[in-house]
Write a protein that binds this ligand. Sequence first.
Ligand SMILES: Nc1nc2c(ncn2[C@@H]2O[C@H](COP(=O)(O)OP(=O)(O)O)[C@@H](O)[C@H]2O)c(=O)[nH]1
Ligand SMILES: [Mg+2]
Ligand SMILES: [Zn+2]
Length: 330
Amino acid sequence: MKTEAKDTDNSAVVVKHTGSHYLLSRLPEWEPFTAVVRGKLRLKGSSSTNPIAVGDVVDFVGDEFNGFNITKIHDRKNCIVRRSTNLSRQNHVIAANIDRVFLTVTLRDPEVKLQFVDRFLVTCEAYGVPVTILLNKADLYRGDESDGENLADEDLAQMAAGFIQIYEGAGYQVLETSVKTGFNIDVLKQMCKDKVVLFSGQSGVGKSSLVNALDPSLNLKTAEISQAHLQGKHTTTFYQMHPLSCGGFVVDTPGIRGFGLVDFKKEELSNFFPEMLRIEDNCRFVPCTHTHEPGCAVKQAVENGEISPLRYSSYLAMLEDDGKYREGDE
Ligand SMILES: Nc1nc2c(ncn2[C@@H]2O[C@H](COP(=O)(O)OP(=O)(O)O)[C@@H](O)[C@H]2O)c(=O)[nH]1
Ligand SMILES: [Mg+2]
Ligand SMILES: [Zn+2]
């Protein structure tokens, strides 16, 4: 491990956080060194329990004999937050400056829940994090050519087509993948190149398998870690960035399946549905909740089939909900 700091270039990215120590590296170089924070260092206006998160760009001073001190956190491009508990208003920053989140879903084992997907997408929109949906285990419906017995499943194939139509129609990129057959793993590699990415989604959808497919040397544990093991461990969980041999970096967030829904004003919610945001200027009343107002362009688009009725009903459910699903929702 190299630990030299150049005076001229004293900023680096936080790649791991363990208690009071941080590991920093000047990305895209991967030469992590330890740094600490002396005294108080808080992001302005932050109520976060861990003001410095994985992905933060920080300035530091020091040398390898006296150690390195973090002196400043740069403004964030975005950050992903998890509310610590239902009672406290404190937040836990999972990661900062994420280039792309891969929301991973499957049609079977486990079956995707559209309301979970929609809540997750709203959260990404609110945080300003670009998101791609990975429809993994595509071998289940496309068939597995490496295995002559495994025929494509027609019903599942239809479900896949329906799912893709809904989310591409809403304006999201949906990438079908299969770790089992390697389908589109190259495309995924290209998308990760030189980026900081994060995989999220229900347990069992294949997040660890996908990351291992991108870089087998990471050897993340798959399947055998049961959900029961992870229960109640959220506070001791730490986050970490790993370099990918295909280029880019992945933030590992053990035990985090979804992020709590952010607080939003009712009039704002439709801004986080891209297909509604596109057309809501055409609503007769401003602001419009797209529920009861006459001359509502969104309701019109739902009737025309331009907006998916399933997405619209997720929207209505979120408007109604008032916090019910905001923590650990799945
Ligand atoms: N058929 C099939 N199974 C997969 C695929 N990807 C992962 N799996 C299996 O799904 C299970 C859960 O995978 P894992 O990576 O642990 O999921 P995670 O909980 O999201 O990290 C494991 O048994 C994997 O072997 C895939 O593309 N096709
Ligand atoms: Mg996993
Ligand atoms: Zn409207």
